[in-house]
Design a protein around this ligand. Structure first.
Ligand code: ADP
Ligand code: ADP
Length: 237
């Protein structure tokens, strides 16, 4: 069974200027442990598709199945167990991390919300910090004391806290210095190998995605126009 199955998904935005068809009849599958690169030029609907999969944006038509369960129409209460299976990482972790909370509190929050005992949270936070390569003394410090690359490591650690099966990564290295990008990509790759986590990896940068993705989906004007193994996608005659 596929980890994620997206069937004929359509996402419209209603705006004052009319309806925008951001995602148009898109279908794809992600197998356990597989990394899918979602590429295409700016505005083609990648972020909308990622957020729709995460149920952060409502879809207009179609179905989304996670581990065989239809999550298309479930309510917020039912979302709780789904959230632990599926997480998202954003371009700039500072937009999603509360700057007034310590690194330890930020990474530990999903575990705390899930009702894990304090001692377990503390041990798991230490383990996660080590897995993502944060210094052991990072826990009591604040995100602004860290570099962009390290802040993305905080975001990754937090996303991994509940052992998700799928992580949607929306341009996770685009805001970082070029010299740091490869380090974060390699970290994500290692974590996938080690933990068996799947990624839906969104990027406008094809060369970078080819390093990490097993398969690519190419979007154009809301539709998936091309799909195939990462190394062959542009080599067709
Ligand atoms: P990408 O991630 O590929 O850059 P987006 O998913 O952000 O593309 O955008 C797809 C289309 O939907 C674009 O035309 C964009 O302007 C539009 N769009 C994105 N978000 C919204 C929104 N919240 N309201 C209305 N239109 C939106
Ligand atoms: P809040 O003020 O919202 O209650 P806390 O500061 O208590 O947030 O932290 C939330 C969770 O993160 C707690 O379960 C705590 O155990 C964990 N936590 C906080 N600081 C650290 C730290 N320095 N090292 C490890 N875990 C931490």
């Amino acid at each position: 069974m596929s980890l994620l199955s997206v069937r004929s998904l359509t996402v419209d935005y209603e705006t004052s200027g009319g309806t925008i068809h951001a995602v148009n009849d898109v279908s794809f599958e992600i197998e356990p442990g597989e990394t899918i690169g979602l590429v295409g030029e700016s505005g083609c609907g990648k972020s909308t598709l990622g957020k729709a999969v995460m149920r952060l944006t409502p879809s207009t038509e179609g179905r989304i199945f996670l581990d065989g369960k239809d999550i298309t129409q479930i309510d917020q209460r039912e979302m709780r167990p789904i959230r632990s299976k599926m997480q998202m990482i954003f371009q700039d972790p500072m937009n999603s991390l509360n700057p007034r909370r310590t690194v330890g509190a930020l990474i530990g929050q999903p575990l705390q919300v899930a009702g894990r005992p304090a001692a377990e949270v503390k041990a798991r936070v230490a383990e996660l910090m080590s897995q993502v390569g944060l210094p052991p003394d990072a826990a009591p410090r604040y995100p602004h004391e860290f570099s962009g690359g390290q802040r993305q490591r905080i975001g990754i650690a937090r996303a991994l806290a509940l052992n998700p099966k799928l992580v949607v990564c929306d341009e996770p290295v685009s805001a970082l210095d070029v010299s740091i990008r490869a380090q974060v990509i390699n970290l994500l790759q290692d974590l996938s190998d080690e933990l068996g986590v799947s990624y839906l990896f969104i990027s406008h940068d094809l060369t970078m995605v080819q390093h990490i993705a097993d398969r690519l989906l190419v979007m154009y004007l809301g539709s998936v126009v091309e799909t195939g193994p990462a190394e062959t996608i542009w080599k067709k005659p």
